[in-house]
Design a protein around this ligand. Sequence first.
Ligand code: SRM
Ligand code: SF4
Length: 581
Amino acid sequence: MSAKDNLSPVEKIKTSSNGLRGTLKESLLDNFTGAIREDDQNLIKFHGMYQQDDRDRREERVSKKLEWLYSFMIRLRLPGGFLTSEQWIGLNEIAGNYSTGTIKITTRQTIQLHGILKSHIKPTIQSFNLQHLDSIAACGDVNRNVTCTSNPSESPLHQEAYELAGKISELCLPKTKAYYDIWIDDELVVDRKAEEDPLYQDRYLPRKLKIGIAVPPNNDVDVFINDIALIAIIENDQIVGYNIAAGGGLGSTHGNEATYARLASVLGFVDTEEKVLKAVYEIITVQRDFGNRSDRKLSRLKYTIDKLGIEQYRAEVEKRCGFSFEPAREYHFEQRKDRYGWVKNHEGKWFYTIFVEHGRVLDEAVGSQILVENDSVDSAIQTDEVSQNYYPLKSGLLKIAETGKANFRFTCNQNLIVSDVHENDKAEIEQILKEYGISDYTEKASALRKNSVACVAFNTCSLALAEGQRYLPTLVTRIEPLLEKYGLFEEDITIRMTGCPNGCGRSPNAEIGFVGTAYGKYNLHIGGDRLGTRLNTKYKDNIGEDEILKTLDELLGIYVQKREAEETFGDFSYRYLQITK
Ligand code: SRM
Ligand code: SF4
């Protein structure tokens, strides 16, 4: 059978979608169900949305003979992760009107809203449009949100890299106007000729594609996990070009040995912006033409590169570019974490990085830092079990936005930077941060907590096997006493959790990584480095909380006894794994 005959069903859906329109308009009009048609569920991703259901309520719905409680998640396209205060106010209102109300900062520096009913999708998108915001290509088999180092102290180089993120995002947008046609009700005459898409054609990519830009010494974007990784090369305080790497991706499937997490391989250096854009474009066309379209589990760029071999892959890209990569240049990463608190940039403007635990912006009773006595994961996510300390983060951020004296930037560590504050306005913003408990929360959180990332998982992610963001805060609370015991409370150990092996919270390149296997059970991975340049290794299979704590107690104990000077937990455990295997 030829590869063409063996195409995955999604390939047919794309090519016959009439420019990603499918039957989405008809699906929206169907009042008998909160869901959309099956094929449209694939297409709606290209418009930045996912159909989901409330997994906490499945049993209840079934017992009442009702269909699952369907709703939609909408993800914004925000290259480099930036909103003005006016846009934040708009977002806050849209979240309140149409979604669960929680504003979720993702691991790719953008915003998601959950729980949007089918009938509310159009008003939501239209409201975003009024704020000059869109969700085009935030999901689907296309280039996703382009990430970029957000550390404000990196300016003005940061600004240049941020602008490049915007240009790449534009370059890689699908040409179809379906988004405006379906969601905005633009009076568009559908001109398929004008929608011809030389990059994506009518088949789009075999799979999602991700691009990240890092400005050393900071690797806060975790650049090597991207399909295309750009590392700014800085000489004499100027960006003189970029090292380009390709083939990163963290997802795998339990029990499928052919799937694996992989960090991007460096192809080489290019100097001008024109060449960077050309190289990015042609890396994508090679993936479009050579990527696996039969098995979606093996269709990411990483598998294409490993199938062709890096030399052949690079040669094909260079042939299409019409130039060769130069040898990669030297650079140096020093950190991956966010710089919490106030930082002043080269223009004298102030930036305050707020710790937002797992990117969840809401007003809530905070329990995450309080030790919960009961041992089960279930109990950890019940709000009545936790302290009733009220933490009005969302209200505080709205208040800041209402001053009009700050912008909002997002980090790939799921945090938020109140940014571009003038010296004269700093005291006012500081007062709000204090009044709403925001600076206090940020300052008091332990180093481990501030280096924690978790994916969404339950209750909305259809692929979750275990909890993510609803459980890691409690687990961290239970690990903190171990850190106290070993004098490691101030140690910046990266800890990450994902509810399945897809790696959305980037657990495969954490120093301590948890990968969900079943409800309440995780694989424990150790040995990733602090800077995000080495993946971790599975150490324990399918363990629950008691064993997690016992294992970490042992490992941390050995670490304090046997570590070399300045050795991080990740480097120590990597060495430990080599010795003990
Ligand atoms: Fe992800 C699928 C959430 C970053 C690898 N991811 C999903 C879906 C859409 C589940 C689905 O397909 O039905 C999740 C929706 C959950 C929900 O209810 O919101 C989801 N991914 C997320 C977010 C929101 C996690 C978070 O808590 O922040 C992140 C959104 C990023 C964004 O703004 O675009 C998110 N996902 C990532 C990352 C990390 C990154 O890119 O820095 C990865 C690992 C890197 C990579 O791509 O390999 C990641 N997500 C995946 C995969 C595995 C893909 C693979 O080819 O291996 C899936 C499953 C899939 O695509 O079939 C997935
Ligand atoms: Fe869902 Fe798995 Fe991604 Fe977590 S890692 S959000 S459980 S797909």
